[in-house]
Ligand binder design. Structure first.
Ligand code: PGA
Length: 233
């Protein structure tokens, strides 16, 4: 199982330190075997000791240079970051990242051996258009992506389920993950309003190898509880 926390634009460096102390302490004391990842804001990168893998929510596909407001490989290397989230719906739909830009970043970080958590997912109008339309849309988010990259993790996150409390039915998740399984043998995460109360049923769905959690991961106690549930499922 892979359980990942995406803080988005939440938490300061000090708050992240407290969080990581609690979560890493939990991982060690409970002897957690699942892979735990935390994606804090870039300003909170630090060395937090053994436990969760620290990942970047974003970076520019460059070592360094003149790209105001971006960070590159040099800044990631300083903190030993070797995991990156790419294609998140907020970057696609709010920050306007195109598939071309995302696949360029993918190729760059793949060439460096990074672990890539690659997010895909449809918006509500596509969901309403039915499964065929949905999978056709997902296909457009796989253009230029090496689906058998050895350090790839795919996260299926319907946009309409992110931060809304809405979750597709277990049958729908099962059916979409089955289609994704035909496209990759790499781990498949589900994301979108995952919380303590629905964690068990979600991680028990066929071809769900873990979860990517936003809002419900922000409280360390909650996140630890979710780790425990996944570990026991
Ligand atoms: P959520 O976000 O858990 O708050 O719905 C998930 C995500 O965007 O990764």
């Amino acid at each position: 199982m892979i359980i990942a926390a995406n803080f988005k634009t939440n938490k300061t460096r000090a708050q992240t330190r407290d969080y990581m102390d609690e979560v890493n302490g939990f991982i060690r004391s409970e002897n957690i075997k699942s892979e735990i990842m935390v994606f804090p804001p870039l300003t909170a990168f630090d060395n937090f000791g053994q436990g969760a893998t620290l990942g970047a929510q974003n970076a520019y596909a460059v070592e360094n240079g003149a790209f105001t407001g971006e960070i590159g490989l040099d800044q990631l290397k300083e903190f030993g970051i070797k995991t990156i989230l790419l294609g998140h719906s907020e970057r696609r739909h709010i920050l306007g990242e195109t598939q071309e830009e995302i696949s360029f970043k993918f190729a760059y970080f793949q060439s460096l051996g990074y672990q890539i958590v690659y997010c895909i997912g449809e918006q509500l109008e596509t969901r309403k258009a039915g499964k065929t339309a949905l999978m056709r849309y997902i296909e457009t988010q796989l253009v230029g992506i090496d689906m058998e990259y050895e350090n790839l993790v795919v996260a299926y996150e319907p946009v309409w389920a992110i931060g809304t409390g809405l979750v597709p039915s277990n049958e729908d998740i099962k059916s979409i993950h089955a289609d994704l399984r035909a496209k990759t043998s790499r781990p498949l995460l589900y994301g979108g309003s995952v919380k303590v109360s629905n964690m068990k049923e979600i991680v028990e769905i066929d071809n769900v190898d873990g979860v990517l959690v936003g809002g419900a991961s922000l409280y360390a106690g909650n996140f630890c509880e979710m780790i425990k549930i996944a570990e026991e499922a």
